[in-house]
Design a protein around this ligand. Sequence first.
Ligand SMILES: *Cc1c(COP(=O)(O)O)cnc(C)c1O
Length: 221
Amino acid sequence: MEQAVPSSPLEQVRARIASAAKIAGRKAADVTLVAVSKTKPAEAILDLIAQGQRVFGENRVQETQDKWPAIRAAHPDVQLHLVGQLQSNKAEDAVMLFDCIHSLDRASLVTALAAAQDKLHKRVPCFVQVNIGGEDQKGGCAVAALPALLAEARAKGIEVIGLMCVPPVGIEPAPFFALLDKLADDNGLAGLSMGMSDDLETAVQLGASHVRVGSALFGSR
Ligand SMILES: *Cc1c(COP(=O)(O)O)cnc(C)c1O
């Protein structure tokens, strides 16, 4: 039977994930689509919720505090992930606001998050962000520092579920995704948060468990 042409951006992104998963012999259901709604208004988020999207990502604590309490109250089944860099002094806010953190990247943040978790009696699963291209200005822990950071996080009771990366801009991302996959394997981690609007197919083919997609869903920022 002919497949209907996907119409909405959400349907298009889902179709892209599905076809990449199929090529790789994976199930599309094993890839979580995180809809990154940073800078976008509540109406755009509510519109995606109405279409069935349930997992969203934001990159700033303050913006999340402004935008999300009302949406959360109306849609308690929606999950919210932090995909941006986190300052240690915002760790408590982050533990309160988010269901998952993708940007754990240094020992001082491990300490702050562990203290916040203990104080609030809430555990938030985390991805450790790796500076996979070894770029000077980029967030993420150095590849060489990863084993020690993971040991520290585990010792302090943080539930690390996987690794996250944002590869360098403007060059083929596949080698970086493959390296992240190997690092996760080496460290006994199943989760891989990788792939954005422009490269999600490559990420899904190389094992992404979570793709973080903004502009392909919401338009350019
Ligand atoms: C903004 C952002 C995304 C989404 O990027 P798009 O190219 O708009 O899909 C993904 N991950 C992180 C960490 C981001 O900050």
